[in-house]
Design a protein around this ligand. Structure first.
Ligand SMILES: NC(=O)c1ccc[n+]([C@@H]2O[C@H](COP(=O)([O-])OP(=O)(O)OC[C@H]3O[C@@H](n4cnc5c(N)ncnc54)[C@H](OP(=O)(O)O)[C@@H]3O)[C@@H](O)[C@H]2O)c1
Length: 367
């Protein structure tokens, strides 16, 4: 079956290669192909579920994984062998086979990953079930899967888990109150777009910070009250703005290495700072904004200002359930930038990994 994958360059002339592109990222040339892959599973375990993938998407972390996969393919193919790694961390698919002990899913159900972390619904160690979401058939334990409503399109479903689960976990930890002032940084990241969508039900004042003002109008249409550019965070103007309402009650930040330093002074006494990630996840990422983070200073200020610094990785199954419930009620949604298919492999990767501007998730759909 047709499978998108990072591959060794010797696939280019192989009969299994249906399409081949070279994608340039972080000074690397990355061969990517649409491959014709045979896949079968000899035996499905008792709690196993075989899912046929319809669509997938990548997240920021996949940028680093794609670079690693390319290095592995290149190194392993020196002796002429063929190597490939499917890509992506989110998918939507259809259940095509189940083990005898599978209770909650049936053949034909549409499913997405449940990335519950640190524990899956069955109490075992969790996290995302795959970083190879483009592989056409996945065999996973039932606790890694969540049935989705018929009203959810494949496009949204292929991009739902990570943002839904992470954002609902962060908002649960922040325990927001009516009328509070919340700053969302890297506002055009997919995580922050989902934060902005989920924040609408809280009746809070949403402030958004972005590296450019290009999407300020669109962010306001999404419910943001006021937008600030990243470069103006340390300006007198922003200091006057935030002091006019006493500072932010909470800051939600997907990139602590870009934002912790310039936002910390804008958090009010007793406020909260929550982060789920960092920008420099790979040594090859250029980080012009890098700040020397003095953690002694941040902890000292967090004590004197009673500021809680909170880390967050993914969320629980209940967080994903809550995101799905709000989706069905029309309260929460995932913004989609574009949907691509096999005739547009290069466009899919260019948009996904920031070479072409985007506002929302970029989806790859199989036929
Ligand atoms: N731990 C977890 O469970 C978890 C879950 C979800 C996400 N995360 C983390 O959250 C972060 C965001 O992930 P994502 O998938 O939402 O990211 P994304 O959509 O790829 O975010 C891209 C955004 O980053 C900002 N940015 C700033 N400098 C940039 C540069 N030089 N190149 C490209 N983008 C730049 C831009 O926003 P602005 O222009 O608006 O500033 C851009 O829109 C990552 O650190 C990710 O690992 C973690």
């Amino acid at each position: 079956m047709e499978t998108v994958a990072v591959c060794s360059s010797n696939f280019k002339k192989n009969e299994r290669c249906l399409d081949y592109i070279e994608f340039e990222m972080c000074d690397s040339v990355i061969p990517i192909a649409l491959l014709d892959v045979d896949q079968s599973f000899e035996k499905v375990p008792e709690d196993g579920v075989v899912v046929e993938i319809n669509a997938f998407s990548c997240n920021y972390r996949d940028k680093s994984i794609v670079i690693h996969s390319n290095d592995k393919c290149r190194n392993q193919s020196v002796s002429g062998n063929l190597y490939y790694y499917p890509v992506g961390s989110e998918f939507v698919g259809k259940v095509v086979e189940i083990g005898n002990e599978v209770k909650h899913l049936r053949i034909g159900d549409r499913v997405i990953p449940d990335g519950a972390y640190p524990l899956k619904a069955d109490g075992t160690f969790g996290g995302l079930p795959t970083n190879c979401a483009s592989q056409r058939f996945q065999m996973l334990s039932q606790a890694y899967l969540k049935k989705i409503p018929d009203t959810m399109s494949d496009e949204v479903a292929a991009a739902f888990t990570i943002a839904g689960q992470t954002v609902y976990s962060m908002l649960r930890k922040l325990d927001l109150k009516f009328g509070q002032s919340i700053l969302v940084t890297a506002a055009t990241s997919n995580t922050s777009l989902a934060v902005i969508s989920a924040l609408r039900k809280y009746n809070v004042n949403i402030y958004a910070c972005s590296t450019s003002d290009a999407n300020f109008d669109k962010l306001k249409e999404l419910g943001v009250n006021e937008c600030i550019t990243k470069s103006s965070l340390e300006s007198r103007e922003t200091a006057l703005l935030t002091s006019s309402f006493g500072g932010f009650d909470a800051v939600i930040d997907p990139f602590f290495d870009l934002y912790l330093y310039p936002v910390f002074g804008h958090i009010k006494n007793g406020g909260k700072y929550i982060t789920c990630g960092l920008y420099a996840q790979n040594g090859k990422f250029e980080n012009q904004n890098k700040q020397q983070l003095d953690f002694g200073m941040f902890l000292g200020t967090s004590i004197s200002q009673n500021i809680s610094i909170i880390g967050n990785c993914l969320g629980t199954t209940s967080d994903l359930d809550m995101a799905l419930k709000d989706f069905e009620a029309g309260i929460f949604d995932i913004r989609i930038d574009s949907v691509w298919d096999k005739s547009n492999l290069l466009h899919f990767f260019q948009k996904t990994f920031h070479q072409v501007p985007r506002l929302g998730k970029v989806i790859f759909k199989y036929d």
